[in-house]
Write a protein of this length. Structure first.
Lengths: 293, 146
């Protein structure tokens, strides 16, 4: 217990997260993506579509990072620190217990944030980008929508209010994202039962990306699948997964991919009658339609 | 009904995950007290005064050798900017979050010692409370960027 409550050197903590988060692309994600490309070739599934899709994924990631940095510099970091200084509980010391609990809270926040992105119209407008690929590999993990960095704010600020260091919260959120990234693969089958029971796995996450009707809005988890089991959104992988969205975009143009959620939502709004119904479309589920139409 | 159930469960989960580190934080503080409670005071601090005795800004630097703050710069309201060594704050005791000390003031004519209490409010805020000539005074010091 002493080790868990010992005050850690903040510089060391930053170093550990740098290795786990920032460098992971070099020592695990990129090598694994190469393995996936070899696997596609070996199974004679390699196609120009996969290559173009992967390039589009990387470009959307670039656009997402640009927006995230701009928001971060202008607004988010300041807001986090303002909340930390003015409306948070006693500031927690950086110990192993604090880090473990912060990761679990970030994972829990990720579950609800992710569920909201699927279940309200304005959330799906941006998150549909991530689900629109008909393929499933590491590059799809980097396929982000324009506002994907905004919604997590609503869920991570309460963690800061609870006394967790804002930078630690950002590190933990990034750690959940990196763990999630590793799940985007068809190359790994089901893992041993205890792991499948507790953790989110490639199998569980394939279900999340499925366009098969029974797989819609299931398995929102980041690291722990137990959140889905507790909150009634768990679905095991049984039927072969068909990846993508129910209405495919049939395009690898990065601009089309990045903004298709907005263009589709704008079309939907045009066809909805009444101002209040238009407003409802922002917060109702993506498949909601006014009853009087 | 399901929504209420999920809210209660979520509240319990968040309460537990936030409660655990707060519960054990007490143990951590004890250890930091033993290690170096004065660590969070290191660096430069700025205090703004609007009293009848002085209007302006004073910059202090913490000296860890003798646990005292020394003036590095005085900026008067009219913009006059100078160095000064008439005032220092010596901490007699400090546990990492609060403590007691003495303000030492000395010029050619006067030599004064004023008891004060110090509270570490956050990594960027320090509160110094004392009585001067019957007036209760609260100073809020702000950490300066290095």
């Amino acid at each position: 217990m002493e080790n868990l409550t010992k005050l850690l050197n903040w510089e060391d903590v930053k170093g550990w997260f740098y290795v786990l988060n920032d460098l992971s692309i070099f020592y695990v994600i990129l090598p694994f993506f190469i393995v996936e490309l070899v696997r596609y070739t070996f199974l004679k599934q390699m196609s120009w579509d996969i290559i173009k899709d992967s390039i589009a994924n990387m470009i959307t990631f670039g656009a997402f990072v640009f927006i995230e940095y701009a928001l971060g510099i202008l607004f988010i970091t300041k807001l986090y620190f303002w909340v930390y200084e003015h409306i948070s509980l006693t500031h927690l010391p950086i110990t192993w217990i604090t880090i473990i609990c912060c990761i679990l809270l970030a994972d829990f926040a990720y579950y609800w944030d992710h569920r909201m992105m699927h279940r309200i119209g304005i959330g799906w407008v941006t998150h549909t980008v991530h689900h629109s690929s008909p393929h499933f590999n590491m590059s799809v993990a980097y396929r982000f929508g324009p506002l994907d960095a905004v919604f997590p704010l609503l869920f991570s600020l309460p963690i800061v209010m609870l006394g967790f260091n804002p930078i630690l919260v950002l590190f933990c959120e990034a750690f959940v994202q990196v763990f999630q990234t590793l799940l985007h693969t068809e190359a790994v089958g089901k893992l041993i039962k205890p792991i499948e029971a507790i953790f989110n796995t490639p199998s569980h996450h394939r279900v999340h990306h499925g366009s098969n009707r029974q797989y819609w809005d299931k398995n929102y988890a980041g690291i722990l699948i137990i959140w889905d089991k507790i909150f009634g959104t768990f679905e095991p992988e049984v039927e072969k997964v068909v990846f993508g969205v129910s209405e495919p975009i049939n395009s690898n143009n990065p601009i089309t991919v990045f903004f298709h959620g907005f263009t589709r939502f704008a079309d939907k709004l045009k066809n909805i009658k009444g101002f209040s119904n238009k407003l409802k479309a922002f917060v109702k589920p993506p498949d909601w339609e006014p009853s009087d139409e | 009904m399901t929504g209420v159930k999920y809210f209660i469960i979520s509240f319990f989960i968040v309460g537990t995950l936030a409660g655990i580190p707060h519960y054990f934080a007490k143990d951590t503080t004890t250890e930091t007290e033993i290690l170096n409670p004065y660590e969070n005071l290191e660096g430069k601090w700025s205090a703004t005064f609007k009293s009848t005795f002085f209007k302006g800004i004073i910059h202090y630097k913490f000296n860890k050798e003798n646990n005292s703050f020394y003036i590095t710069r005085v900026i008067e309201e009219n913009g006059t900017d100078y160095r000064d060594n008439s005032l220092s704050l010596e901490l007699k005791e400090y546990n990492g979050t609060s403590g007691k000390g003495i303000y030492h003031y000395q010029d050619e004519k006067v030599k004064e010692k004023i008891k004060c209490e110090v509270t570490f409010k956050s990594p960027n805020k320090l509160k110094v409370i004392y009585n001067y000539k019957g007036y209760p005074i609260t100073e809020t010091w702000t950490k300066l960027k290095q």
